[in-house]
Design a protein around this ligand. Structure first.
Ligand code: NIG
Ligand code: ZN
Length: 412
């Protein structure tokens, strides 16, 4: 199967040589070819260039992209899309004045989602979750990290992993699976958190690893959830099974989780709504990607991650949705790219770098995703007609997408 996209107004994020990450000042650059073509064979980007070199070229499917922008699909490196039901009633409670923490303390929040998930069959959970993923693909996302963390029992966490495994097998999207059993303390362990941690370490991690699906390990390192010491214990246990850390840190409080993540070679440290100079220093010269989740800040009305401070310090930054039922019930990366510009004061170039190549890095596969490079996977967005790529973040709330190609197939 071959696809030729021709007369492209701007082909963006083009890299002749495969790059893995973009940092600091370099994030301001987004390589563009004007009046371009792109040739896809099966699931792979094979060739591209200016239209001058397209003469005589043909393919089984030819798409005329006159007036349109073509770019790599969004890489969403932080989601919790496997969940059951929703938390609409908590949304209304918050409008009426309750805080996220007050709702959680009353047994709502993550524990509410866990109760719903425990009472949902694997098939039902799969159907609800893949529907969310399909909606994300239609909005331009081609690679997605998916976490567990709404099971909170051995059986329910394994059920989540099985669902993620099925999604990974069935979907055209690239999936990065993460074990986040340490997402909240189950009510039955309220008075004995260490017993739950022991269960994760001695029972769940070995069983999860036998399922051969989880690649990453996550912990919600936060007051009232898991301390830095708890987090370290779990990361060390994960390491024995080759699970790479990708952790929730600094959402509400600075506890030292960023440094811990860096010390344990975390692939990413996510949230960072609260951040200090020590965190920036810890990230300097590390291989750990900081990840901002502006949809969560928007929905919970908490501070936005200080992206300028991060990028201006010469660090890389990725942006992701955090799609989940409690703090971000949206998987729309177009909105995240807009929010990065409007609220995090990132330029369109920085936001697009953060949502493509750096998002792919934060999932460990920027060698195959996140840029227009020969040999990389053909996950492509073709926009509606627009004057420049800056209109993608500018027209917030609009759907900028005309066509999505995923794994070399036109998505319908
Ligand atoms: N902060 C921890 N986990 C999720 C929210 C979970 C929930 O409220 O269900 C997050 O990343 O925002
Ligand atoms: Zn999260």
């Amino acid at each position: 199967m071959s696809i030729l996209i021709k007369n492209i107004k701007q082909l963006i994020q083009v890299h002749e040589n495969s790059i893995l990450i973009v940092k600091g000042e370099d994030m301001k650059t987004l390589p563009v070819i004007e009046n371009a073509y792109l040739y896809i064979q099966d699931d792979t980007i094979v060739e591209y260039g200016t239209m001058d070199f397209c003469e005589g070229m043909d393919a089984e499917t030819v798409i005329d992209a006159t007036g349109k922008i073509v770019l790599p699909s969004w890489c969403d490196s932080h989601t919790h899309i496997v969940y059951a039901g929703n938390r609409v009633s908590e949304f209304v409670d918050r409008i009426n004045g309750l805080s996220y923490a007050e709702i959680a303390n009353r047994g709502g929040g993550i524990l509410n989602s866990a109760k719903q998930l425990q009472n949902t069959s694997e098939d039902d959970l799969y159907n609800q979750s893949i529907k969310r993923l399909d909606e994300m693909i239609a909005m331009g996302t081609g690679a997605v990290e998916i976490k567990t963390g709404y099971g909170l029992t051995i059986d329910a966490e394994l059920k989540m992993l099985k669902v993620i495994k099925r999604i990974k097998q069935d979907s055209l999207a690239k999936i990065a699976p993460t074990l986040l059993a340490a997402h909240a303390i189950p009510s039955e362990y309220r008075k004995d958190k260490s017993a739950y941690i022991d269960k994760i370490i001695n029972e769940l991690i070995p069983k999860a690893s036998a399922l051969r699906v989880a690649k990453y390990i996550d912990v919600f390192c936060e007051k009232g959830y898991f301390s830095v010491e708890d987090t370290e214990k779990i990361l060390k246990a994960g390491k024995k099974y080759n699970l790479i850390p990708k952790i929730h840190v600094n959402q509400f409080n600075i506890l030292g989780g960023v440094k811990l993540g860096v010390d344990h070679n975390a692939l990413s440290v996510d949230h960072l709504e609260e951040l200090n100079e020590d965190d920036i220093e810890a990230l300097r010269d590390s291989d750990t990607m900081p990840v901002a989740l502006p949809g969560c800040s928007y929905f919970l009305e908490i501070p936005y991650t200080p992206a300028r401070q991060i990028i201006d310090a010469g660090l890389p930054l990725a942006i992701a949705t955090d799609y989940n039922p409690g703090s971000t019930p949206s998987g729309n990366m177009n909105f995240i790219v807009s929010s990065a510009c409007i609220k995090l004061k990132m330029t369109p170039e920085e936001a697009i770098n953060a949502a493509t190549i750096n998002g792919a890095y934060a999932m460990g596969f920027s060698n195959m995703y996140g840029s227009i490079t020969r040999g990389k996977k053909a996950n492509i967005i073709i926009t509606k007609p627009m004057d420049s790529y800056a209109e993608i973040p500018y027209a917030f709330g609009h759907n900028p997408i005309n066509t999505v190609i995923i794994n070399g197939q036109v998505w319908t």
